[in-house]
Ligand binder design. Structure first.
Ligand SMILES: [Zn+2]
Length: 180
């Protein structure tokens, strides 16, 4: 069954549906994926390219699990507040505009990594739900990981200042990407 808060969290945008309220934002996923790929540039050139691609793809998907475990401590209101200016600006600028910018910026070398970093979202929110009207397949397993390992995180979803937490994480990834 599709839970109510998921349904409320779905917003139509550029022909797709972003599940923005419950899961980490797309720019953060993209940046973590790019950082993982950049880390592999530290490996000796003799490391087989096929193994690199496989490992990066797997780690990018795992990174999605990790990030989707922590939005409870970032600004992700239980319901979409489109009448609220802060909510609107945050989601249009960060979730949407910055996603597009980052995807274009890193497209040449990392388009496939970024796609793997949001693969669970593509499967659940962009294919299963809108096209086949099915329940999410991957995110219930992410929920289990979160409930098992990250239940100690404080619930800051309704706190606007908690956007800072997501910015800190994203900025950490950016610093890592620049340094590598
Ligand atoms: Zn997700």
């Amino acid at each position: 069954m599709i839970r109510n808060q998921d349904a409320v969290g779905s917003i139509p945008t550029i022909g797709l549906s972003i599940q923005g309220m419950k899961k980490m934002q797309m720019p953060t996923h993209f940046l973590f994926g790019v950082l993982i790929a950049k880390l592999f540039s530290l490996l000796p050139p003799t490391f087989p390219i096929a193994a690199q691609i496989l490992l990066i793809a797997v780690l990018a998907v795992i990174s999605h699990y990790l990030l989707d475990c922590i939005p409870i401590s970032t600004y992700h209101p239980y319901k979409a507040h489109w009448d609220d200016k802060f909510f609107k600006i945050f989601h249009i600028v960060y979730a949407l505009a910055l996603s597009v910018f980052i995807f274009i910026w890193f497209f040449k070398d990392y388009w496939w990594v970024m796609l793997f970093s949001i693969l669970p979202d593509i499967i659940d929110w962009y294919i299963l739900r809108p096209i086949f009207h099915k329940d999410p397949l991957v995110h219930p397993s992410i929920d289990k990981v979160r409930d098992t390992l990250f239940s100690w995180l404080p619930d800051l979803k309704e706190k606007k200042w908690a956007v800072v937490n997501e910015f800190i994480i994203a900025c950490g990834f950016v610093v890592g990407i620049i340094l590598l």
